[in-house]
Design a protein around this ligand. Structure first.
Ligand code: MG
Ligand code: MG
Length: 284
């Protein structure tokens, strides 16, 4: 069955991690398809249809659809929308927008969850930089997912990276989570805070790491649709997410097509196992 450690965190066997990887790849491939599909004139609902078909064509199930009543396969959050935007037809994508696409799938009972923020055509350089900072902060957090480090090290590394890049807002009320036989499992993973706290990482734990970074204030509110989170000041926000397994060879990025190998190179040189080059391999 499903093993949990003394903190109630699900521990996957190597065979179960292979199933998590298969689910993660469905999500990763779907997002790569969406990245190429985004262009001015399309609506978020158009992207939702592409995503649902891609996931179902792989024999998987879109996990967002019906989740607590959410009506779609993806969350599509444009510009000032931070997360949880409902794909609709009323807001056509325009040159200069950025869109965050969050996507989840279930394959053989196991979940993958990942998000990217994509430019629509040419965008302002400060938006390109916002996306870069957000994505890099995610990788800084992912690199902390090594055996023996603490849960709060992820948020510490995310926040530390963002603060070094300039004045950005990090919404504190949203964060990552454990993932496995359900999309959202214990524990919650903050994108800020002090290091060295909480449970230690063990091989077989899986987490979704998902920083959101705002160009302006860190304050957010939820629209009347009860889903869409927007920045309080209306300035843009970016969101990146990967599902990641802790292994004895370092973080295995389940929703990255290469397992995270390329992006983690260099970030892991001081890793707990002292051999960061092995990250991204499929084995435990
Ligand atoms: Mg997600
Ligand atoms: Mg998530």
């Amino acid at each position: 069955m499903f093993k949990k450690n003394r903190h109630g965190i699900q521990i996957k066997s190597p065979e179960q991690l292979e199933k998590m990887r298969a689910a993660g790849l469905v999500v990763g491939r779907t997002l790569e398809l969406l990245r190429k599909t985004v262009e001015p004139g399309l609506t978020p609902l158009d992207l939702d249809a592409v995503a649902e078909k891609a996931i179902r064509d792989e024999g998987a199930i879109p996990s967002f659809k019906g989740y607590q009543g959410f009506p779609a396969t993806i969350c599509a959050s444009v510009n000032e929308e931070v997360v949880h935007g409902i794909p609709g037809e009323s807001r056509k994508l325009r040159e200069g927008d950025i869109i965050s696409i969050d996507c989840g799938a279930i394959l053989d009972g196991w979940h993958g969850d990942s998000a990217i923020t994509v430019p629509v055509g040419e965008v302002d350089p400060e938006l390109t930089e916002l996306m870069r900072v957000t994505e890099e902060s995610m990788w800084a957090g992912i690199a902390a997912l090594t055996v023996g480090r603490h849960l709060s090290d992820v948020g510490y590394e995310v926040e530390r990276y963002v603060r070094r890049q300039g004045r950005y807002g990090i919404p504190q009320e949203y964060g990552g989570h454990g993932i496995g036989t359900e999309m959202h499992m214990d524990p919650w993973v903050a994108n800020h805070g002090r290091p060295g706290r909480g449970p230690k990482f063990e091989a077989g734990m899986c987490f979704a790491i998902e920083p959101m970074v705002n160009l302006g204030t860190d304050r957010t509110r939820v629209l009347a649709d009860e889903w869409t989170v927007v920045t309080m000041d209306g300035r843009p926000s970016a969101h990146f997410e990967h599902s990641v397994a802790v292994t004895h060879n370092g973080p295995w990025v389940l929703t990255a097509l290469d397992g995270g190998k390329e992006r983690l190179q260099g970030l892991l040189s001081a890793g707990a196992d002292g051999d960061g080059d092995k990250s991204g391999d499929a084995g435990l």
